[in-house]
Ligand binder design. Structure first.
Ligand SMILES: NC(=O)c1ccc[n+]([C@@H]2O[C@H](COP(=O)([O-])OP(=O)(O)OC[C@H]3O[C@@H](n4cnc5c(N)ncnc54)[C@H](OP(=O)(O)O)[C@@H]3O)[C@@H](O)[C@H]2O)c1
Length: 434
């Protein structure tokens, strides 16, 4: 049967991994599909200096993405440039030419995905985006198809490999965040500007996409409370361990009586939970369904080949649709518009909290803090203090019983004005198992 022709724009990490798989696994892909995937054109700004797999030598090479989109043979345009500028132009142009699109672009899909999807459907083409969240974990397929018969009540994820690598290295070695980050940057695991990873914004885009899929709602990144990991220090791991917990950047989407609560933030999680075992740059998604209960998905969240597998699998899905005319148009964006789940403020969430203080020691500190907690109707659960030689920067922790985030925020605001504190208290929710 005749091959389906594809064009690839962007030959960086994901683009090069995708081409390697298309070349090295071509025969098995053809056996699975019943026809071949043929790479007709490739593009990057520096395409001339790129070494392409020899099996793809016949592909047209260009520095202008328009040549790929307008190439008469190209049936599927693969956008692997990233960002929301040129990438949006490439996808718009492909849709306008009636060509299906495969993308790995979480940023663009999280901010404009629903509109792009609607345009794609009106144009009668497909838009596939498995690689945009969790690289090698096929979580889109799971939520759109695999467990679509269930009613999702909660989803927790570790969705940013860089911050998980940093936290787990801090935990193992007891080193500070700046030193682990500097090492990760040297090894190429973290960007020179690490903000998107360690301030939680990358994870927030991914949670917006996953929560839209899981809950059938239009969810924008701005609906999600975000707090990064910059304030986490080795002592927080020591205190967390004393409480039989650890600390991870937890992406959470939970249906509550008040509405859908969405957050990306460092949180204590019980050491005994499966999520606590997710180490290094791995990603994981833990979904709770009303009927099927827990399912857990784990794998590499990034990297040329794991992400390349997701891109190639999307190409196969879309190519099958083109060849056999069997549209598989399950929307990745709020396809049901279920209307059941409305995002509400994280301030409504009720959790136990971990409050960590650094103080200049003097009599009456605990009494002052306890007084503020009592005035907000927050019950103190425990006070933990490691032995410390100095009285000028003394750390200790108070845990409180489940209460509303708003009460904790009010208490932290009031505590921050106390003159014995060296910095505002660090407040982290203590998560339970799903
Ligand atoms: N890296 C991962 O593991 C991973 C995982 C999941 C999803 N993603 C997503 O995958 C996408 C690509 O990420 P990446 O890490 O592969 O990025 P990357 O390594 O920076 O590669 C980007 C590629 O796009 C090309 N490019 C940029 N502007 C262009 C333009 N105007 N015209 C033509 N080509 C242009 C670059 O060309 P030059 O080579 O000439 O500079 C480069 O080849 C992003 O949306 C990212 O979020 C990445």
């Amino acid at each position: 049967m005749e091959a389906v022709n594809i064009g690839v724009v962007g030959l960086g990490n994901v683009g090069s991994g995708t081409l390697a798989i298309l070349a090295d696994n071509a025969d098995q892909i053809a056996l699975k599909l019943g026809f071949r995937l043929h790479v007709a054109a490739v593009c990057s700004r520096s395409v001339r200096s790129k070494e392409l797999p020899s099996a793809l030598a016949s592909a047209a090479k260009t520095t202008d993405w328009r040549d790929v989109v307008n190439h008469p043979g190209v049936q599927i345009v693969t956008e692997l440039v990233g960002g929301s500028g040129v990438a949006a132009e490439i996808i718009d142009a492909a849709i306008a030419r009636g060509k299906s699109v495969v993308t790995a672009n979480k940023e663009l899909m999280a901010s404009c995905g629903p509109e792009i999807w609607d345009r794609a459907i009106r144009a009668g083409i497909n838009l596939a985006m498995e690689a945009s969240v969790c690289g090698g974990i096929p979580i889109h397929a799971v939520l759109r198809e695999g467990i679509s018969g269930d009613r999702v009540t909660a989803l927790y994820g570790i969705l940013n490999g860089t911050s998980n690598y940093i936290l787990t290295e801090m935990e193992k070695r007891g080193d500070s965040l700046p030193s682990v980050l500097a090492e990760a940057q040297q090894l190429g695991y973290a960007e020179a500007d690490p903000s998107a990873d360690i301030d939680g914004f990358d994870a927030r885009s991914k949670l917006a996409l996953l929560a839209a899929l899981a809950f059938g709602e239009k969810i924008m990144p701005s609906d999600i409370f975000v707090e990064g990991i910059r304030r986490i220090s080795p002592m927080d791991f020591r205190y967390a361990h004393t409480l039989q917990h650890t600390i991870r950047l937890v992406c959470a989407a939970r249906q509550t009586h008040d509405g859908l609560i969405l957050s990306v933030r460092p949180a204590l999680i019980p050491q005994a939970t499966i999520l606590a075992g997710v180490q290094g740059a791995y990603n994981a998604v833990w979904v709770k369904g009303a009927f099927g209960e827990d399912t857990f998905y784990y794998g590499r969240g990034a990297g040329p080949r794991p992400t390349g597998v997701a891109v190639v699998s999307d190409l196969m899905r879309v190519a099958r649709e083109i060849r056999y005319g069997s549209p598989e148009r399950v929307s990745p964006f709020a396809h049901e518009r279920l209307g059941e789940y409305k995002p509400v403020s994280v301030a409504l969430q009720k959790r136990a909290y971990y409050l960590r203080f650094r103080v200049d020691d003097r009599p009456g500190i605990i009494a002052a803090l306890a007084g503020i907690l009592a005035s907000k109707h927050i019950s103190l659960e425990s006070v933990l203090q490691e032995p410390c030689e100095t009285k000028h920067d003394l750390p200790f922790v108070i845990t409180v019983e489940p209460t509303s985030e708003q009460s904790v925020r009010d208490a932290v605001d009031e505590m921050s004005r106390l003159d014995f504190l060296r910095e505002p208290p660090l407040a982290l929710p203590i998560e339970t198992a799903l």
